[in-house]
Design a protein around this ligand. Structure first.
Ligand code: FES
Ligand code: FES
Length: 194
């Protein structure tokens, strides 16, 4: 399972007080917040967050990056896959404070301008989606699968991508897309090398 390293963000000055719900009830303790700074898609953000907030909710609700999907919110489906310091993680299983000082890449940060990442291109060309809900997570996992050298065979791709569920069962096309993207990326790397 993909999990992040721990980090030590600083407490933010003050914390949001939660409104008293019932007349006469004792006011709840203020919720502490922590100031974190992280880079998301090559852009730096400093935010105060409650310690319970997940990276997934921070991306979607605070930064408006809704390409990362919330499926199970339980580490089971892979719909929320992003890269944390270049490694694929389930963003619903990472606390935002654990991303302090780190580099996050989401599906929105993969293309370079109008040029799709080779994995995105391959998903389009191989029709590797139906409803598309799982697709951002599939693509982020596929990029890591290829970059970390786990796309050597169909069996290896299936094994590495097994944490990404597709309710539309587009698995055959997804595997074809990953194979094609891996070949394209190897070719691109050889061209760059010389
Ligand atoms: S939403 Fe994170 S694994 Fe399902
Ligand atoms: S394309 Fe619909 S869930 Fe995968």
């Amino acid at each position: 399972m993909r999990s992040p390293d721990s980090s030590s963000p600083k407490p933010a000055p003050g914390g949001a007080a939660v409104a008293t719900a019932l007349p006469g009830a004792r006011a709840p303790a203020p919720v502490p917040t922590f100031e974190i700074t992280l880079r998301v898609n090559r852009k730096s953000h400093t935010l105060a967050v409650e310690p319970r907030v997940t990276l997934l909710d921070l991306l979607r609700e605070r930064l408006g990056l809704t390409g990362t999907k919330k499926g199970c919110n339980y580490g089971e489906c892979g719909a929320c896959t992003v890269h944390l310091d270049g490694r694929a993680v389930n963003a619903c299983m990472v606390l935002a404070v654990q991303a302090d000082g780190r580099e996050v890449t989401t599906i929105e940060g993969l293309a370079e301008g109008d040029r799709l990442h080779p994995v995105q291109q391959a998903f389009v060309e191989h029709d590797a989606l139906q409803c598309g809900f799982c697709t951002p997570g599939q693509i982020m996992s596929a990029v890591a699968c290829i970059e970390e050298g786990h796309a050597g065979s169909e069996a290896e791709i299936r094994e590495w991508m097994s944490g990404n569920l597709c309710r539309c069962s587009a698995y055959p096309q997804i595997v074809e897309a990953v194979k094609a993207a891996a070949a394209a990326m190897r070719k691109g790397a050889r061209r760059k090398a010389g």
